[in-house]
Design a protein around this ligand. Structure first.
Ligand SMILES: [Zn+2]
Length: 179
């Protein structure tokens, strides 16, 4: 059985007291359990050092910027946990544009509501949208003049000024609904 690969964010958790003393003590951990890492885990012995900090990270699809606490990283990882590998790139693009408008606990759901898919360009989206939303009769009509000569780029201009948003993707665009 083939299952979609999941996004698996990782964090480098370091000890702040050691860091401030000029030593890097830390390691990479899976982000979803970052909040469970203890100072003793990190130092591999009992220690009086208490504060841990995420100093580096990977695989967050743009949902984490800079440094944060391990519990914050775990919270974001939890929000990302249902994201598949295929969704990761368009999700990152969506977060960059729309992420600040909502709470990150809902990012994945809101991304899925907004995401219309990958297209070669705006005109290709407009054409597919027209086909999806037309009756069989209309579809038949669209194969004949003058409808077979519809200027899809112009149709796309209207669609995209009415609430759709296109972000550059490798080889095309990702289309998002922006309301
Ligand atoms: Zn330490």
């Amino acid at each position: 059985m083939i299952t979609a690969r999941k996004v698996d964010p990782r964090v480098w958790i370091g000890c702040l007291a050691c860091y401030n003393a000029g030593r890097l003590v830390g390691d990479w951990y899976s982000a979803d359990t970052a909040d469970l890492v203890t100072p003793a885990d990190l130092h591999k012995r009992e220690t009086s050092h208490e504060e841990l900090w995420v100093m580096d990270h990977e695989g967050f699809c743009g949902a984490l910027d800079g440094e944060c606490s391990p519990s914050e990283a775990a919270e974001i990882a939890e929000a990302l946990s249902s994201l598949t590998e295929d969704e990761a790139a368009p999700f990152a693009a969506w977060v960059e544009v729309f992420g600040e408008q909502s709470d990150r606990a809902h990012w994945v759901d809101q991304f899925r509501d907004a995401y219309r898919g990958f297209y070669s360009d705006e005109a290709a989206y407009a054409q597919e949208w027209a086909e999806m939303t037309s009756s069989e009769e209309d579809k038949e009509r669209m194969t004949r003049w003058p409808f077979n000569e519809i200027d899809w780029s112009r149709a796309a201009d209207e669609l995209f000024s009415g609430g759709l948003h296109a972000e550059d993707a490798p080889g095309g665009i990702w289309v998002f609904w922006s309301h």
